[in-house]
Write a protein that binds this ligand. Sequence first.
Ligand code: FPP
Length: 246
Amino acid sequence: MAIFKKKKPEADSYRTLPEHIGIIMDGNGRWAKKRLLPRTAGHTAGAKVFRTIARYCSDIGIKYLTVYAFSTENWSRPPEEVKALMKLFKDYLLEALSDFKDDSIVVNFIGDKSGFTDEMHKLMDENEELSKDRDGMVLNIAINYGSRDEIVRAVKKISAGVKNGDIDIDSIDEKMVSDNLYTAGQPDPDLVIRPSGEYRISNFLLWQSAYTEFVIMNKLWPDFTTEDLDEAIDIFNGRNRRFGGV
Ligand code: FPP
């Protein structure tokens, strides 16, 4: 528990907390470039911010946090950058296993784990197993994740059920699709935050974000603070969500 600083914010009853927040942790490379540092230094700084923000979300009572850590497209980055990211993920996985034993956070990986080394795959499974019965915030780490890939997998699973006679084609509905995604059983994100000023969804939670509020912030991820998270929640609170109604 040494890594995270516990910070209990003032209870502010006027705010509605989003139940599920998604974050596209963008801008690590630009942050490093501005400081004439290698891109990997940006990821190291970004990993620290990830820890702080995950802890803060848990402390203020967010029920689900999904962070976009590595996309199915990120493998095309320079090998040294991919290697550095894998090292950061592994460090976190080891730390979470040994340091966060008394934690309440449920750690969950969404994405294709088979793309990783056996060692990484095992560490992810161990973290999930160790934390699955906890009662705190569910932390989804999207890693080797692509939303289109996720939807294709769901289609294949459902099609296999139709083929073998387990699923009647007329029973396929939105819930069945949702139930076959990595996020099965979880509420859709209410709020997705993208730092770094980019107005893109980048293959993140496409199905799940049908009615999500997006907040784009002009901060690079390594500069993102708990105050920025509060600001995003305030902006979310100012939105009028109609879910297609009036
Ligand atoms: C996007 O910024 C960021 C990534 C592809 C990696 C995100 C990973 C982390 C923040 C580390 C997380 C660590 C753990 C332990 C989950 P970018 O590199 O595309 O930035 P740029 O757009 O400025 O180049």
